[in-house]
Design a protein around this ligand. Structure first.
Ligand code: NAD
Length: 495
């Protein structure tokens, strides 16, 4: 299959501040390596505190003007960004695949998701109203919704483009300005979308910085003029960010990791469940926070489900990510691949049985590519490391259960609480289970669907706050209560 048309990747990016490329005050750079060839694609600044201050100043100078534009004009500009992004979908998808190794079909879908998030928030922000309460004949209480000002946003590297667009869209639609700290391994499409936004949005409304989390990210979290932090990241980073944000009384949203259960009941449509298991475990090479990597199958169907999945895995087209037929590409960076391989070894050492996969994969034309076989374990106890910790790779474990109460208790055993999948034709049972599982997102007879408007986020160690939905606008605004007395001269307290 012919590769897609190639596009240019700049050898060096500076910081994106005030709609301009601004050199960093730091002499340090981060090398961005191709997950497919191992070659250096280019460098980005490893920004320091001075850089962050500059970006925050740019955002601070911009947000009132942006807010004053009003919802209609802001929405129209965001819609224009979405249109331009879709017009340039092929280039963005090519850049995304080059930077992440994800298959072309997912990159194209991610571009459209990114545009859809922008359109969704442009749309709903027009209907974002405050409220009034007639306290009495002469007294009116009003709740006005105001933007927060400068918000600091940090994303993870697994969906760089749609995470950037999806996380900043509600902030912008509500009238805030943004400093976005791009995740270290995958900066390209974030910078390119910022560049595109620079042709449409006023300067300073969107600023993008790069750098390591412990310096650039930490400086952003600590900055006193940043009013809110929204982080998508690991369960380890979340509490660190939360503790630091507390020092300047910032609001926060934490979208953190998951170790998600897929429960397959005896009455499930097993063909659909097997497809759901595949999607849950192997989409984006398993580098998905909602990866449905703990598969609980009822004893009466476990063997058949397992057999169906094992039959489907060899048909999964793992290979050249630029081939539109490819379904699974490469891992994003070498150290992460090594971490996934360590987990696989640990699973074996702890007594798990590999049903299929477990090794690195060689793909024609990519001798240095970071490919891993889709891997399925059985014989895994609930307390084994591979069943308890987020691996963030194409690795899933199969567990057998007997009773509904039992499987719910086992699904809820971990501190994680992001997502769950339920497969059953008995909608009563499915709904009971959905209410009982501790997760912010539950899919019934489907998996890994992320429509705009459906609130996404976790509970327990997986974080709090909801993204992608109308209520996200609430999280990027604050209420100002204004009480007006139309007859003040007649009702003085001191009369
Ligand atoms: P990470 O926590 O290492 O980093 C996330 C972001 O936080 C990066 O931009 C990083 O630079 C920054 N950061 C790291 N340390 C920081 C600090 N001390 N102060 C401020 N910022 C800091 O996560 P990752 O490895 O980039 O991403 C993978 C993780 O993200 C996985 O756990 C995955 O489940 C999670 N994730 C969650 C969701 C969700 O919506 N719940 C979505 C995608 C990924």
């Amino acid at each position: 299959m012919a590769a897609q048309r190639a596009y240019q990747i700049p050898e060096k990016y500076d910081l994106w501040i005030g709609n301009e490329w601004v050199p960093s005050h730091s002499n340090d750079v981060l090398e961005n390596r191709s997950p497919l060839t191992g070659e250096v694609l280019g460098t980005v600044p490893d920004a320091n505190e001075q850089d962050i201050t500059l970006a925050v100043q740019s955002a601070e100078a911009a947000w009132r003007g942006w807010s004053d534009l009003g919802a209609r004009k802001r929405a129209n500009l965001l819609l224009k960004v979405a249109d331009r992004l879709v017009e340039d979908a092929e280039r963005f998808a090519w850049l995304e695949t080059s930077d992440t190794g994800k298959p072309w079909r997912e990159s194209i879908a991610n571009v459209h998701t990114a545009a859809d998030r922008l359109r969704y928030f442009a749309g709903v922000s027009r209907a974002f109203e405050g409220s009034t309460l007639p306290v009495s004949k002469n007294i009116l209480s009003m709740h006005l919704r105001e933007p927060l000002g400068v918000v600091g946003i940090m994303g993870a590297w697994n969906f760089p483009l749609n995470m950037f667009a999806g996380k900043i869209a509600p902030a912008l639609a509500a009238g805030n300005s943004v400093v976005y700290k791009s995740p270290e391994p995958t900066p390209i499409t974030t910078f390119e979308l910022a560049r595109l936004m620079g042709e449409i949005l006023p300067p300073g409304v969107v600023n993008v910085v790069t750098g390591v989390g412990e310096r650039a990210g930490a400086s952003l979290v600590a900055h006193p003029d940043v009013r809110k932090i929204s982080l998508t990241g690991s369960v380890e980073t979340g509490p660190i960010v939360m503790a630091s944000a507390a020092r300047t009384t910032k609001r926060i949203t934490l979208e953190l990791g998951g170790k998600n259960a897929q429960i397959v009941y005896a009455d499930a449509d097993l063909k659909a469940a097997a497809q759901g298991v595949m999607l849950g475990a192997f989409m984006n090479q398993g580098q998905v926070c909602t990866s449905g990597s703990r598969i609980f199958a009822h004893r009466s169907v476990a063997e058949e489900l397992q057999a169906r999945v094992i039959e489907m895995i060899p048909k999964l087209r793992v290979g050249d990510p630029f081939d539109p037929d490819t379904q699974m590409g490469s891992m994003v960076y070498r150290e992460h691949l090594e971490s996934v391989m360590r987990y696989i070894e640990l699973g074996k050492a702890e007594g798990g049985t590999i049903l299929t996969g477990g090794k690195r994969l060689e793909v024609d034309g990519y001798p240095n590519g970071l490919f891993v076989e889709p891997t399925l374990f059985s014989g895994v106890h609930d307390d084994m490391t591979v069943a308890c910790q987020e691996i963030f790779g194409p690795v899933a474990t199969v567990h057998v259960f007997d009773e509904e109460d039992e499987v719910i208790a086992r699904a809820n055993l971990l501190d994680y609480g992001l997502a769950a999948g339920i497969w059953s034709q008995d909608l009563g049972r499915a709904h009971r289970t959905a209410q009982a599982v501790q997760a912010g997102r539950v899919w019934i007879n489907c998996y890994n669907l992320f429509p705009s408007g459906a609130g996404f986020g976790g509970t327990k160690a997986s974080g709090f706050g909801r993204e992608d939905a109308f209520e996200t606008l609430l999280e990027f605004t604050q209420t100002k209560n204004v009480i007006m007395d139309f007859a003040a001269e007649r009702r003085s307290f001191y009369d």
